[in-house]
Design a protein around this ligand. Sequence first.
Ligand code: HPA
Length: 253
Amino acid sequence: MAKIAIIGGTGLTSMPGLTVSYREMVKTIYGAPSCPLVHGELNGNPVIFLARHGRRHTIPPHMVNYRANLMALRDVGVTHIIALAAVGGIADNCLDKTIVVPDQIIDYTYGRAHTFHGDKHDKFDHIDFTAPYSASVRNCLLNAGKLAGVPHLTEGVYGATQGPRLETAAEIRRMERDGCTIVGMTGMPEASLARELGLEYGCCAMVVNRAPGKGAIGIDFHDIEQNVRESVNSVQRILAEAMKTDFDLESAQ
Ligand code: HPA
């Protein structure tokens, strides 16, 4: 039986509309997740919510214990994850407040604990990461976007950078040449750790600024906050529909 989790990012340290049943502090062999797991219901459907940056948004992208977060979700029986992310828009069609359901990733992060293999496990496996996002979660998000009437891009390449600083204009130009359409700081190793654990993982990204060098000179952090606030509503509408999905049926197809 499918069990759904939502990982909330910047602007979504709590989940509006979530009816909380209880909070559970889970310990894993990799340490504690960013905060207690929130068990509850979203539009009448059971869901587990985890705030990636902690309850008070105090954990920067490079300090998130991604392994503990993913392991904690796996340990409580989660099978499917919808990861929410605030990102910068690189491609011309990724303007502020655009919703993107990415289908590919390029990883520019470094020094992060990026695998479960090699230390506490006594054997290692390679994973197939050709298609980094789960087809069933992506389909669910795309259908949900349609049903909710929220315009969205059905594919995109998420370039995951180290942060916490934003990129230089030259770095963004290089990422564009590489084929990245959006840029964020948390997409990796979250996606590959989920794959290592056999979890179905998809991402719903909201563009909250033009990537450095792509818009007006300089980044306006007040504009970013405003765009986050305004995009959260679209994300919520998509999630409300997504929660109605029969994930067991989707995964079987
Ligand atoms: N770069 C990296 N991460 C981000 C950005 C950006 O421009 N905007 C939101 N997260």
